[in-house]
Design a protein around this ligand. Sequence first.
Ligand SMILES: *Cc1c(COP(=O)(O)O)cnc(C)c1O
Length: 377
Amino acid sequence: MAQKNIPLFIPTFRTEECLEQIRECLDKGWTGLGFKTVELEEKWKEYTKLPHAHFLASATAGLDLAFNILKEENNWQDGDEVITTPMTFVSSNHAILYNRLKPVFADVDEYLCLDPKSVVERITPKTKAVLFVGIGGNAGRYAEVEKICKEKGLALVLDAAHMAGTKLNGDVPGRGADAVVYSYQAVKNMPTGDSGMICFKEAKFDEIVRKKSWLGINKDTFARTAGKGAYKWKYDVEYVGFKDHGNSIMAGIGLVSLKYLDQDNNYRRQIAAWYDEEFKNSGVKTVPVAPGCESSRHLYQILIGNRDELLAALNENGVYPGVHYRDNTEYRMYAYAKGTCPNSHYVSEHTLSLPMHMKLTREDVKYVADTVKKYAK
Ligand SMILES: *Cc1c(COP(=O)(O)O)cnc(C)c1O
């Protein structure tokens, strides 16, 4: 019955350019760590002006490594607390649990990001860090949270999985954070197949993450002796590390995605402006972008009374939106915090993410918005 078919995400790849990158790897016989991974790290540092960047298999790995290294280097204890948001993909909060730290959930504000007031209320003597998620590319009140962390001596990790290309007051958000973690997962706004980047503020943590993401192997020893083939095996292993580093095939695709990132984000912001125009004076509540923030616009979110009913109606009309996110305290491992974040609970029941990708046209946006307006209550 539905003639339209408008999905939430369709990642756009410049196929020929990606294939050229991959061909270079295959011809050279180098698809692993090094080569393109180093090139993407250099290009990412140039693009963000962040001091360090290490390319990883995923943002989940990056968040895990961020807490692993911060905990070990700062002598945090098992059960120490990290203030975090329930409005995120579970990977953010799992990364805290992986490291035997305790996620303490603070509530979100009108930007669906951590509310600084709620963060302050959740600080205890056991609090060691805050994990801020820039949902949909929105920076929310990130700057205030950064200030609180500085004042209270707390570490700050920015989950920037949606924030490739986001600017806050003309700059990349996260320069004051201890670690910024990006995702280049298949449907993020800078897609590869699966990969991510961790940008530590401190050079010494960047050095550690390079070892820990490759089983703890000290590549400096390797590099020193690599010239003399006979000593290649004589590297040192300093940590019980992980197999978390990225590879040259993914980095090659990432290099192409990065080249088009600003152009694509511009079009995302154009789509968002079209949605805004369609919803003006319509009674449909849209989630605002924080002042001073130029969002990557990974998401365009609305809040409606009859979300589940509207979702079904949209599906019947060939529109397939998403929900970002279900309040994480509804999952069994975080259920101890159920009921502590009423705004997040409300958003979880009422939010819908409308289609947002390069293949959307002005007419598609009008069709989606008209259908929303027809069925929203
Ligand atoms: C996708 C996502 C992640 C995890 O990214 P991967 O690269 O898939 O591991 C983390 N946090 C948020 C908010 C995400 O949306």
